[in-house]
Design a protein around this ligand. Structure first.
Ligand SMILES: NC(=O)C[C@H](N)C(=O)O
Length: 319
């Protein structure tokens, strides 16, 4: 039986990080190792799939931008259209959840696309990257991965790109899907599936890598926060603002007044929560982000505005 033909698209991050001190998970250069070195550190990779590897970028994911998402999506789409059976993207963990959700909404494919990263650099005493990469390739090679949209594989878990979130700054088990749980698990080279994404993704959205991504900002609510920051958004040229509100997306009386002014001035404002989990409904004339985190709500708001969507709440209720 022939092996699936997978592409590994490397973008940098700690998974490709190298530092001088083996105990350091802070002082290292993200993206220092190239994709050939990354693959060479994973014994057995070529027994799971026929791998074609390419270096797309070598960035720390804190420096990822919407333009980066678009060019990455265009490249992954080209590889899939060119006949790849699936794609694994190695990525820094800091903004992996944003890139993953963007790809989940913008790619037009049924084939598996799996994002993977690591919390410890490749030169650490016990790096988590090599097993994470082997697991991600194992997931992308699994026939049942097809049609589940973009997946995130780290620390044995398979998460839906819509729900995956970095929930810890240091630990190898940093990723979770607080509102949804795992779609599956990888253990000893075997994949156990637990669920499928409920909401439309990939082929079932109107978004593509060519959808414009207008500027959308995020501001957070906190005790004594200044409404002046909210008012200042109008002058930045932003088309949208995600309000990472306290509790269920609430805003102080001052903040609510400033948010209303912004909305009346034509900026699309969406309420989300700073709590890390839960569901935010529409309130006070503002649409609610539902179970999306503020960062994911920003991705969807950019795409919805870029696609000319009139009913923003409907987009949040759908995707
Ligand atoms: N663990 C990591 O990958 C963090 C790194 N700063 C990055 O996002 O590129």
């Amino acid at each position: 039986m022939s092996l699936p033909r997978l592409c590994i698209v490397a973008t940098g991050g700690t998974i490709a990080g190298a530092g001088a001190r083996p105990q350091s998970t802070m002082a290292y250069a993200a993206g220092a190792l190239d994709v050939a070195e990354l693959c060479a550190r994973v014994p057995g990779l070529d027994e799971v799939a026929a791998i074609q590897a390419e270096q797309f970028a070598a960035i720390d994911s804190k420096n990822a931008t919407p333009a980066f998402w678009q060019s990455l999506a265009a490249r992954v789409q080209a590889l899939l259209d060119g006949g790849a059976d699936g794609v694994v993207v190695t990525h820094g963990t800091d903004t992996l959840e944003e890139t993953a959700y963007y790809l989940h909404l913008a790619l037009k494919t049924d084939r598996p696309v799996v994002l993977v990263g690591a919390m410890r650099p490749a030169t650490a005493l016990s790096p988590d990257g090599p097993l994470n990469l082997l697991d991600a390739v194992t997931v992308a090679a699994a026939p049942q991965a097809a049609g589940r949209g973009v997946l995130v594989a780290l620390n044995h878990q398979i998460l839906c790109a819509r729900d995956a979130a970095k929930t810890n700054a240091n630990r190898p088990d940093a990723f979770a899907a607080p509102n949804a749980g795992a779609l599956g698990w990888v253990q000893d080279g075997r994949v156990a599936w637990m669920g499928r994404p409920e909401r439309p993704h990939t082929r079932a959205t109107p978004f593509t890598a060519a959808t414009p991504l207008p500027q959308v900002e995020v501001l957070a609510g906190y005790a004594g926060g200044s409404a002046a920051l909210i008012r200042a958004v109008a002058a930045t040229g932003a088309r949208g603002l995600v309000w990472a509100g306290t509790g269920n997306g609430s805003a102080s009386a001052d903040a609510q007044e400033a948010l209303d002014e912004l909305r009346q001035g034509g900026v699309a404002v969406v309420r989300a929560t700073r709590t890390g989990s839960g569901c935010v409904a529409a309130s006070g004339g503002l649409p609610g982000a539902g179970t999306l985190s503020p960062w994911k709500a920003r991705v969807l708001l950019m795409l919805a505005l870029g696609a000319g969507t009139d009913d923003i709440q409907a987009a949040f209720d759908t995707y």
